[in-house]
Design a protein around this ligand. Structure first.
Ligand SMILES: [Zn+2]
Length: 666
């Protein structure tokens, strides 16, 4: 047993003599796992009533004969042209109302009965054909689900989804507050998808009716989930056990992965960070993916060994970076390290996307050498990390509904972005080296000492009570500006802001001031720094809370910006303004220090630490040096470095090379 290592492999793009060379190189790099058939629909079903698995048979047989594990795709990530021609309604209609013709990928209307029938049939046939092959260790349904469709089939499905949610038009009218602007609906058929032709102007975030748009986002996420479930159900007809997944895209706004997660047997995701300084962001996303299945390990389904091709500028991963980021994934719960792609496409949009094997087929490249070195390292480490869990005492709440509701809202500010607020608070936790679970608002919070809920715009169900329980038993809850504003239907609470969070926070918000990015109001902390606050500044009226930070300027100078409320045996912290990173770090550090939850090296910049606990209770401490120069620290605990076999003693100076990694078994 070891961490599966390999990635997407598309030998159908080359003559078979190339396959021999591929497997020789895979041997050299210890590639033991291949993801096959992600885009094979046009090949496996070349005509409506013709299925042809000749090539896929040879590909699967060859991989099995070569001793590889197979993650086998259903192949439905892109439509075949004949299908789009024969049934134009399988093509999507875009936000502007244009019915698309054949092109690109991920291009099917999720509500199309023809697409649903034929994609499920393809999954059924693939599973029936290859189920029972011991090389197949997982099924990979579709690919990177996303986007949206606004066609008449989706409109009809949306109305059905609304009927199921609200039962009566009266309840729907109440939820959408339709007495506003004469929108009272009298029949389900009057409801249109919210698009550029209906409720929207200036694009998908500018809507006249937030309730309609919010429900359409929920519906579209559910519609694509239905597509996944169609195929999974078809697979299960012939294979009841092999795990089924689909590759997610991390913090991807259009799909609520929390609603999907129960239907996947394990989570997996594709890590393509926007730049090479996104180590904290990647850590957050790994933690989010791990949180989808209650802390169970996930697969890193894709990463590039070198560069992407999809961006305007595609920087090269520096030497050591691919290894460092691969270990970062493992440190945060990845139980597989896979690349896109094994051999570079010859043509089309990914011909310059990085690959383990380039167009020349050479093995004496830097990229191949680093891939092979990591392969050897993963083989040496073996299976010790598989199934290991993260012992986090800190939870960061992540909520797609709050993300959507905040960003489709008219007012207070279009400049406040949910992801940016979350990233700032996570960065503070990451800098401090705290192990963090990123969890949905429905998660069991009883195991956490600290719960951080940035921009918790929407408060649903019993969340406020569960947050109060965290504080009551001695924990700390931190929330921010624009929290506790709306209920599940995106209607304002008929109460003081922050609504149901008011008692826990011991405050009320009287007014708020939105300003452009150039406007700064300093916030002064008692016994702390003076930091900048921007974008949104709430005027906080303490209702029992202690003032921790005050505004420095304007007519509200001297009033509360940051407060801390004693609640039971714990605290509710409220940050009423968009503090800069220094300010957020200061607040978060106060909280972590109170609970003694910072990591071993909170003051060493860009030295990341993460802990996983193995099935037999052994602690693995990962040290990841994201700096381009070496770092020396004093060992806080002893152990065996699994990568070098060196023994580390408490108090010893540890040296980590530039972008170096250490995995200490304690
Ligand atoms: Zn559609």
């Amino acid at each position: 047993m070891k961490v599966p290592y390999g990635g997407d492999y598309n030998p159908e793009q080359w003559p078979e003599q190339v396959w021999k060379q591929d497997y020789e190189l895979f041997d050299a790099a210890r590639i033991d796992t291949v993801t096959l058939g992600v885009f094979t629909w046009a090949q496996t079903q070349p005509a409506p009533d013709m299925y042809d698995f000749t090539t896929l048979d040879r590909i699967v047989e060859r991989a099995a004969a070569e001793g590889r594990q197979i993650c086998l795709a259903t192949g439905t990530g892109a439509l075949p042209p004949w299908l789009a021609k024969a049934h134009p309604e399988v093509n999507r209609t875009d936000f502007e109302g244009r019915r698309h013709r054949y092109g690109q990928r991920h291009n099917a209307c999720p509500s199309s009965p023809v697409f649903r029938r034929l994609s499920a049939e393809m999954a059924r046939r693939v599973a029936a054909r290859y189920a029972g092959n011991p090389a197949v260790i997982a099924w990979h349904v579709g690919n990177e689900y996303g986007g949206a469709c606004y066609c008449d089939l989706c409109a009809a499905a949306f109305r059905g989804w609304l009927r199921a949610r609200y039962s009566t038009v009266e309840r729907l009218n109440a939820a959408w507050n339709t007495t506003f602007w004469s929108h009272t609906f009298t029949d389900w058929d009057e409801i249109e998808p919210p698009s550029a032709l209906t409720e929207h102007w200036r694009g998908p975030d500018h809507t006249a009716f937030q309730g309609i748009t919010l429900d359409y986002l929920r519906f579209m996420s559910d519609a694509m989930l239905t597509n996944f479930r169609d195929e999974k159900r078809a697979i299960r007809e012939s294979d009841p056990h092999t795990p089924v997944t689909t590759n997610f895209m991390g913090m991807y706004r259009p799909i609520d992965y929390h609603r999907w997660a129960p239907h996947l047997d394990f989570a997996s995701w594709d890590n393509y960070p926007p730049d090479d300084t996104s180590q904290a962001r990647m850590a957050l996303t790994h933690d989010l993916m791990r949180g989808l299945k209650d802390g169970q390990p996930f697969w890193l389904m894709e990463q590039t060994p070198s560069y992407t091709a999809s961006r305007d500028v595609n920087p090269l991963k520096r030497p050591g970076l691919m290894r460092l980021w691969s270990w970062q994934a493992v440190a945060h719960g990845a139980d597989a390290v896979l690349f896109f792609q094994m051999r570079a496409s010859r043509g089309a949009s990914e011909k310059y996307h990085g690959a383990v094997i380039g167009h020349s087929g050479r093995s004496d490249t830097r990229v191949f050498r680093e891939v092979a070195e990591l392969g050897a390292e993963l083989e040496r480490v073996g299976g010790v990390t598989l199934g290991a869990r993260t012992p986090a005492r800190v939870a960061l709440l992540f909520d797609w509904d709050s993300w959507w509701a905040l960003e489709i809202s008219d007012g207070p500010s279009r400049l406040v972005r949910y992801q940016q607020v979350v990233l700032t608070y996570h960065r503070a936790l990451w800098d401090a080296g705290a192990d963090v679970d990123v969890v949905p608002v429905t998660a069991d919070l009883s195991r956490y000492d600290v719960v951080i809920a940035p921009a918790l715009h929407m408060v649903k169900g019993d969340l406020a009570e569960r947050l109060e329980q965290v504080a009551s038993r001695g924990g700390s809850v931190v929330t921010t500006f624009l929290s506790g504003r709306v209920d599940e239907d995106d209607n304002a609470f008929l109460a003081d802001v922050p609504g149901p969070l008011g008692p826990l926070m011991g405050i009320r918000i009287d007014e708020w001031d939105a300003r452009g990015p150039e406007f700064v109001n300093p916030v002064c902390f008692d016994n702390g720094p003076i930091v900048d606050a921007r974008l949104l500044l709430e005027l906080v009226i303490p209702q029992g809370a202690d003032v921790v930070g005050t505004y420095g300027e304007d007519f509200y100078a001297g009033t509360a910006a940051v407060t801390r409320n004693v609640f039971g045996a714990g605290y509710g912290w409220y940050v009423g303004a968009g503090l800069d990173q220094t300010g957020v770090c200061w607040v978060v550090r106060q909280v972590l220090d109170w609970h003694n939850l910072s990591g071993p090296y909170p003051d060493v910049p860009d030295l990341e630490t993460a802990v996983r606990v193995t099935r037999d209770g052994t602690h693995l401490l990962f040290l990841l040096n994201h700096n381009p120069e070496p770092v020396e620290v004093v060992a806080r605990a002893g152990g065996l470095d699994l990568l070098t076999g060196a023994r580390v003693h408490i108090g010893q100076v540890i040296r980590l090379d530039a972008r170096g990694v250490m995995v200490l078994r304690q």
